[in-house]
Design a protein around this ligand. Sequence first.
Ligand SMILES: [Zn+2]
Ligand SMILES: [Zn+2]
Length: 780
Amino acid sequence: MDAPYCNVALPVPLRTTFTYAVPESLRGAVQPGTRVLVPFRKKSMVGVVVELVEQAPSGTKVREIAKVMEFAPALTPKLIELAHWIAGYYLAPVGEVFRSMLPPLTELRSHREIVLTQAGRNAVESLGGQEPSHRLTTAERAFLEKMHVRKGAAPISLAAKAGITSAMLQKLQQRGLIEIRESLLGKKRKPLPRLLKLAHISRPLIDRMLRDAVVESWEEPIDPAEDPFDTGYTPPAHALNEEQESAMKLIRARFELGEFGVQLLHGVTGSGKTEVYLRSVQETLARGKTALILVPEIALTLWIGRQCRAWFGAKFEGVAVLHSALSDVERAREWWRVRNGEARVVVGTRSAVFVPLQNVGLIIVDEEQENSYKQEETPRYNGRDVAILRAKMEGALALLGSATPSLETYHHARNGKYELLTLASRVENRSLANVEIIDLREDFQQTHQTNPISSKLHAAIQESLAAGTQALVLINRRGYSWSVLCRSCGASVQCANCSISMTYHKHRNRLECHYCGSIQPVPKQCPKCQSQYVYFFGEGSEHLEERLRKEFPGARIARLDRDTARTKRQYQETLGAFAAGALDILVGTQMLAKGHDFQRVTLVGVVSADSSLSLPDFRAAERTFQLLTQVAGRAGRGELPGRVLIQTFYTEHYAIQDSVNQDYASFFERELHFRRMMAYPPFTSLANVIVRNTSQEKAIQWSRQLSEYFSPHDGKGARILGPAAAPLARLKKEHRYQFLLKSPKRSVLTKLLTGALAFCDAKEIPQTAILVDMDPLSLL
Ligand SMILES: [Zn+2]
Ligand SMILES: [Zn+2]
């Protein structure tokens, strides 16, 4: 327990830990999982102790831990084990894995402050002019005077501004005139200014009182009871129907075994999966264990969190909710409530898979196929797969739920690796919505117009308005027009940083890149040939909203996409208004497709099923089927029957045909056949490797070098394709080249990539230039 050294994981993009000495005084306080402040290069950083060691690597100068951040280790031994597994499996820098596990404190780099000591104060006061100068230079003297006037602590940057070097600071410190201290204050507390104004107290006074511990400051999380979703909400039923009951029986049997297992709850939309989740959580708690519920998006944490409260009683404080829209303070507090055993149920999005729950009995992954479980930055883990591994480490049950499971998951359920539980009918025997295809070719022949709202969809919306019910209209792209073309020379306006066309946003009157966020003014003439014939092409959600307002002048219409729902509040307001019946038509992107239970929606229109189907990606058909099935599930959830209209040019495609019949089994068979033929998951494991740099020359040179490493391995248990220009050949100013690795055995890929990364290190290719994506969800 009191080893003299420890290895610390730091939040830097390097695949290694760092050894530090544990000072005598801190021995015993430093344990695996403890957060510590350490010197790193020229600054201080908070890291996590990964293990205690008896010896330091020879030949390097070992520095000492400066401070222990908390009394209790932030991470449990199981979470440390999980982090190592993730770093190994996804070939990710271990420090970055730990960073994504921990509550906010680690993100706050320490900053240094300067304080004038009493001796310093005396010195300044005696600087009357006669006294030579206290051996101070003019700059030092001016600086001390400034500090004196200032009274409180000053950030270290103030010294730099006054021309004081760090050597000068050291000298002043040695002479006892100033004190330099590390500070790990959190972010400025937002409601404080208002409070101060009300109480007529000045900020410096409060700061001093805080410093002297006369007062305490913290942030109150928003009261969950103020959730604007509450309009027209009916709590979930406690009574289960026959199908739900038999699913529960199988879940209970698993609990009886008391060992690791994976179950897939495959239930059509509206079949009452949530009730099964809640009942399983209840039984887990009754067995003295804890439960984790992962959901694919923030809105659903509120939804499920509220159902938990309704189910377990409003006073049930044992539920913690974790997602990325919480403030740092809220998130840290929820996290520590779990760590201290106060919360025994956690509802959260992807990163909640790392909560420090102990004695876990159940991990639920709702809508397990969702893209949002995959983190698209380092570490590139899939929350669902990590959940399954964590359940294995805890000896718990992993319960995956979906109406449209991913091919991989359903494949495992069919071959017996997972246990399959099915809910084939909707609750209260409500029928599934009636889905119809509108052939856009036919519509064009009849109307000779390319209107994104076909005559049939127009008539259906009209009917819905007349009946006083509600309609959802889905379009896959946001913005006004997603391409700006020149009719004269054919050039399109591209982003300066990415190889992607700019999207026109009419209301903001500018072009935006949806990948890097850069903006450009709307061109009056072609930037290439200067012709006047600039033409906006491809309608997005903003354009569609405008069109609907024109076609249905009296209707109450709102739009929901990432432009209108910039904040959690805006998002909830729009959905709340729709749920309350204050809107007739809601138009938006796939944000509309998920989860929400709107009772008065009788019509769902999909403007084009083709934009997702035509993507050059092996999951295009699967994504399209999932999206269409989910959005169809939004119609007819209440007493009123639902109708769904899907517009397409590819009427014969099986992804569209099967979604019309809501026939998952048929889709699965056809898609599985395609995957087998093309050697894609679930038959092969994939890894995507991107070599990137702002210099194209370097990116090419490094991919050539990497290719030298890969080529002798090609065909020996793995297929290696590339290097080729990535589909997004340029992104955020970086040129990108891509290798695609395929193997029936994942272990082969892991070995190959571990070797590749070591090779890159040996060739001094920067670690940040090589991006490894294991089990990529998309190859775009
Ligand atoms: Zn032109
Ligand atoms: Zn861009």
